[in-house]
Write a new protein. Structure first.
Length: 116
């Protein structure tokens, strides 16, 4: 069982930056691929970014490529999402996700609001 707790959301002006964190419980964090998803009001949850268990591979949605950076610190059981050049369309609840084979866990989400 893995529990995920996101933090770092808030209100920011367009062009600003935020760094989201996702702290994971459990001793097997380093085995999990980690990802960030988001869900805007009235829309489906969508993929944002992902990182392999060893941080060698990262993946991004086209909409955030070049602005967002995903990273992880396995010693701290934490994954991060650095968000720069934020746009109003980035407004959403951001969810952390952990995947290992058939195991799939979600956090409760942290809200990000970008004002124009």
């Amino acid at each position: 069982q893995v529990q995920l707790v996101e933090s770092g959301g808030g209100l920011v002006q367009a062009g600003g930056s935020l760094r989201l964190s996702c702290a994971a419980s459990g001793r097997t964090f380093s085995s999990y691929a980690m990802g960030w998803f988001r869900q805007a009001p009235g829309k489906e949850r969508e993929f944002v970014a992902a990182i392999s268990w060893d941080a060698v591979n990262t993946y991004y949605a086209d909409s955030v490529k070049g602005r967002f950076t995903i990273s992880r610190d396995n010693a701290k059981n934490t994954v991060y999402l650095q968000m720069n050049s934020l746009k109003p369309e980035d407004t959403a609840v951001y969810y952390c996700n952990a995947v290992f084979i058939t195991l799939n866990y979600w956090g409760q989400g942290t809200r990000v609001t970008v004002s124009s």
